[in-house]
Design a protein around this ligand. Sequence first.
Ligand code: ATP
Ligand code: MG
Length: 347
Amino acid sequence: MRIAVFAGDGIGPEVTEQAVRVLEKLGLPGLELVEGDVGGMAYRKHGHPLPQATLDIARGADAILFGAVGDFSCDNLERHLRPEQAILGLRKELGLFANLRPARVFPGLEHLTTLRREVAETIDLLIVRELNGDVYFGEKGIRTLPDGRRQGWDMMSYAEDEVRRIARAGFDAAMTRGRRLCSVDKANVLETSQLWRDVVIEVSAEYPEVELSHMYVDNAAMQLVKNPGQFDVIVTGNLFGDILSDQASMCVGSIGLLASASLAEGSFGLYEPIHGSAPDIAGKGLANPMATILSAAMLLRHSLGMEAEAARIEAAVARALADGINGGDLGGSAGTREIGDAVVERL
Ligand code: ATP
Ligand code: MG
């Protein structure tokens, strides 16, 4: 088992260090960690935000633990040299097509949500968003019509194999959780969504244990706020998933707690906190490493098949939070190292 560790910029190295301590504390036999350079720090060292050596490390690993990239001093560089290109390049080069974002409210943190407490308490869901297709990647442009008006257009499309593989990612994720999958589309008006729905239903035959439902995206947005407890796993396209996953994040509260995975076909994946490099607090030991620690738990679950170890990490984080170990993002005073210590102790 080899895990590539790409800590990156800003608070990336600080939060990744604590996640690595947690992984090491588990004492997994045969676990090898290999570090690589990404982002602004890689640009300064090698002249590129995603050097070939880093890609090679990624390809030779079973999974990637990623910190964050982003660096103001690179703002004036050409686009392909900017730190953010590292993550886009990794997505493309490694075929990462499924983005998973769990959202749950940890006991004791109900006050952070934008929802009523009794509603917030019920949230424990996972959004599986397709990453490589949809309206973001279709033909697009701005043209001038014969009558002189300008018209912008972006083509939405999904091929059936693209839907099939994200549907499988959704069903696979549901199998590791509550075995309920809600496919979100807009099949009442979009042809793309009609094909999406047909293919999801077809794939569901491979997963008789999973209960499948369908919801229109407008209703899903409403239900996420009204009755989020009804959801286990949501699978949806790139555009709808972009919006719904940010909405779900705000329903649960702090940025320092939210993990994510980007999966390729098979078991390979990249795991990172949803927050960025947070230059305002970088180097001060203030960043909350819990989102990165929870990303490491996802890595164990989805890429290494270690459900028990993943659950152990999540339980340790939940216990630390319940014991009042809260970072600044949660209104507490615990620093990066202190939070890492608290999680390691509770493993
Ligand atoms: P990027 O462009 O890299 O995504 P951003 O400006 O969009 O960066 P973040 O870097 O995520 O956003 O930071 C947003 C705010 O949240 C900042 O004020 C930052 O200090 C805070 N923040 C982000 N991550 C953490 C964390 N792990 N712990 C505490 N505060 C955090
Ligand atoms: Mg950001």
